[in-house]
Design a protein around this ligand. Structure first.
Ligand code: SF4
Length: 350
């Protein structure tokens, strides 16, 4: 038992649906290779790096070694190999450096809940060379055969650039789900936020991923275009999502973060931020135009609209609402929310 054998990296970001120790976090690349989006702070001060394959495989091996030592500690404690808090604490007593290991709590908790899923960090793993990604996935799947789902973040533009053949081989190597930041389907807004992709690129990338057999999870941001672009944002986001028909559509209401270029534009009066009621009115417009068979989700704390009784409007469940069956229900909930957050009349008639 030696801390040197346990060295592996863990990044910060993962979607909420992969959090709470539900997923093993593996860092295949560092930071974001695009890094220009004007609303985003995630990796802003950090440079993108592809990690060498040997490092990635070394991380997987270190995780496996730590898992094995936790298991043997559990057996020695008489817990039959089941990883418990006691096994983690006992191992930390034997190897005190584990107290300062960023990834140890994540790995130990993941094993405690018999973790079945894995999330590959950071911002766009699909940018890896296909042979490297295939080998890393194969190594992960053979080292941890109990994993039944592997997911990652991806950019639509990168998916357009990858061949369909490569996408299919990556899917077959065990990458199951892609989380895509659509943000908006409106071309003017995509340009304004420097997303680096057009709506056509968003459609092509999303469709290619669907055709290759991935589960596709698209994230959009109610309120991103402010009052100036709300109608086009809602209409074109629905248009792109209708064209892709992804498995999941996830709402991430826009919040301006100080220090971002978009925040500066808002401060300068160039973009007028939506009130919660105005965001709901935009949501109503987008949802009304949606013709999909997706699950529509509000699985983030930012979806905090309330009904007149003060209760959170939408479930934050990761599986959300099944469309088209529950579309009317979602629209009814929006109406309830609008009763308690009446948008300005001028906005409704835009
Ligand atoms: S691609 Fe994603 S992580 Fe990268 S800058 Fe844009 S929003 Fe941020």
């Amino acid at each position: 038992m030696n801390i040197k054998n346990y060295a592996f990296e863990t990044g910060i970001y993962r979607p909420p649906s992969e959090g709470g120790s539900a997923s093993l976090l593996l860092r295949f690349t560092r930071n974001c290779p695009w890094n220009h989006c004007t609303f985003c702070t995630m990796y802003k001060t950090k440079k993108f790096q592809l990690r060498p394959l040997r490092e990635i495989k070394g991380d997987i091996d270190a995780m496996a070694m730590l898992a094995r030592d936790l298991k043997s500690t559990s057996i020695a404690l008489g817990h039959g190999g089941k990883i418990t808090r006691d096994s983690a604490i006992t191992l930390m007593e034997k190897v005190p450096e584990l107290n300062n290991h960023d990834g140890f709590p994540m790995l130990a908790h993941w094993l405690m809940v018999q973790g079945k899923t894995a999330f590959i960090q950071d911002g766009n793993s699909m940018i890896m060379k296909t042979p490297d990604l295939l080998e890393a996935l194969n190594h992960l799947r053979t080292t941890f055969p109990s994993i039944n789902r592997v997911t990652t973040y991806a950019r639509a533009r990168t998916l357009v650039q990858k061949s369909s053949r490569n996408l299919v081989s990556i899917r077959k190597a065990g990458l199951d789900r892609l989380h895509l930041g659509l943000e908006t389907g409106d071309d003017k807004l995509l340009k304004a936020i420097k997303k680096g992709v057009t709506s056509e690129g968003q459609i092509q990338g999303g469709r290619k991923a669907m055709e290759a057999g991935f589960q596709v999870s698209e994230y959009w941001m109610p309120g991103l275009g402010g009052r100036e672009m709300t109608r086009a944002h809602a209409e074109n986001t629905a248009r792109v999502l209708n064209a892709v028909n992804p498995h999941y559509i996830r709402s991430r209401p826009f919040r301006a973060i100080a220090g971002t270029p978009l925040h500066a534009r808002i401060k300068a009066g160039e973009v007028h931020i939506l009130s919660p009621g105005e965001q709901l009115a935009e949501l109503k417009q987008m949802i009304t135009a949606l013709e999909v068979t997706s699950r529509v989700c509000f699985d983030h704390a930012g979806n905090n609209w309330r009904n007149p009784r003060g209760r959170i409007l939408f479930t934050h469940d990761y599986e959300g609402y099944k469309f088209p069956e529950e579309k009317t229900r979602v629209l009814d909930l929006i109406e309830e929310g609008l009763e308690s957050t009446t948008p300005p009349v001028s906005f409704i008639h835009l």
